[in-house]
Design a protein around this ligand. Structure first.
Ligand SMILES: [Cu+2]
Length: 400
């Protein structure tokens, strides 16, 4: 029988976090009875029919998940994304992922030497981007090795039920859990750690990432024309709150737990010490820069689990932008800057037309250039004079 505590709660009253926590703490995870599930789904079906929708069209009907094909995907560290089909002819599958939580000290800024006792999914900030197609099942094994000190879990914004999975994946050091959910809507979605009472701290200390659920027939523009990308990069923006000592120097800690009190105090001031892409000032510059060639189309996934941001590609644009990141909505065309709400991910599709080094920034320029939220895209190719030409190089102003 499925463990479905949320179904039981939903049948009593609208989802109540407090209620959920009380239930799960008092008696472990409640088991919904078969009849409770049936009653709940009959009610949902009636509601759908009342608005003229065939329930199976929305819910996909009953699927025997055990009979579906299974695919194991090996995740890769951002900004890269594991190989995937953009459009697929395959029937819905179970896509298996495995992530190991790693608590570790990282250098946030080489220049100032600021460090942080980070908590990470799979060792990277953000955690790896996972890609599936609508109707597939995401099956994640979440591992919390005994070498860690803290309990963690995972809340998938793409998932339905049980706090996005956080209620079913609480793993203490030395434990692992397996969560499966149906990817029933398309888009790029945040996932993040959400341990009771410590959610904000775990999120601003590294624990978030992105799941991309592609439409089975791939991305489309507003005319229904396929948009196929040559490359995809994933950018995770983090606001960090690294405590300083009385002399204004960044403090160092031996463990994440040791940093907790000072960090929460800094967090409550709501003034980040750093705002960075992918865990570190300059992570996406130099050897870490993103690359492309003139004529290539790149999909930039930009996620921010906590704070609002506004990506901008200096010298380029967003040809097609799903600002809210949800592919069932038409993309916006030809944007200069786009807005990513804290707690969401967006996606921008751009075909490069000129070579050069493009700065990809948060266009709150203080956050970009003073606090760290900037990266580079190095683009090779032939310059197009028609698009831009230096008619006269800088020189003295001629006398009249
Ligand atoms: Cu955590």
């Amino acid at each position: 029988m499925d463990r479905s505590p949320d179904t039981k709660l939903d049948s009593r009253n609208p989802l109540s976090r407090r209620n959920f926590f009380t239930t799960s703490m008092a008696g472990g995870l409640a088991l919904a009875t078969g009849s409770a599930v049936a009653a709940a789904s009959t009610r949902t079906d009636d509601m759908l029919r009342a608005v003229g929708v065939t329930p199976s069209a929305v819910l996909g009907g009953a699927v025997d998940v055990d009979k579906l094909e299974r695919v194991k995907v090996k995740l890769v560290a951002p900004p890269h994304v594991h190989a995937h089909e953009q459009a697929t002819k395959a029937a819905p599958r179970v896509i298996e992922f495995r992530m190991v939580i790693e608590e570790k000290k990282i250098v946030v800024d080489e220049e100032s030497g600021a460090t942080m006792q980070a908590m990470t999914f799979d060792g990277s900030m953000p955690g790896p981007t996972m890609v599936v197609h609508e109707g597939d099942y995401v099956e994640l094994t979440l591992v919390n090795p005994a070498t860690n000190k803290l309990e963690h879990n995972i809340d998938f914004h793409a998932a339905t039920g049980a706090l996005g999975g956080a209620g079913l994946t609480k793993v203490a050091p030395g434990e692992q859990a397996i969560l499966r959910f149906k990817a029933d809507r398309t888009g790029v979605f945040i996932y993040h750690c959400a341990p009771e009472g410590m959610v904000a701290w775990h999120v601003v200390t590294g624990m978030s990432g992105t799941l991309m659920v592609l439409p089975r027939d791939g991305l489309k523009d507003t005319q229904g024309k396929s948009l196929s990308y040559d490359k995809v990069y994933t950018i995770g923006e983090f606001d960090l709150y690294i405590p300083k000592d009385e002399n204004g120097n960044y403090k160092e800690y031996d463990t994440a737990l040791e940093s907790y009190g000072d960090t929460v105090e800094a967090m409550r001031g709501l003034i980040p010490s750093h705002i960075v892409f992918n865990g570190k000032v300059g992570a996406l510059m130099g050897d870490g820069a993103m690359t492309a060639k003139v004529g290539e189309s790149v999909l930039f996934i930009h996620a921010s689990a906590n704070r609002d941001t506004r990506p901008h590609l200096i010298g380029g644009h967003g040809d097609w932008v799903w600002e809210t990141g949800k592919f069932d909505n038409p993309p916006e065309k030809g944007l200069e800057t786009w807005f990513i709400r804290g707690g969401s991910a967006g996606a921008a599709f751009y075909t490069f037309k000129q070579p050069g080094v493009y700065a990809y920034v948060n266009h709150n320029l203080i956050e970009a250039f003073e606090l760290g939220a900037a990266g580079h895209v190095k683009v090779e190719g032939k310059w197009n004079d028609d698009l831009m030409k230096q008619v006269a190089a800088p020189g003295p102003i001629p006398a009249k």
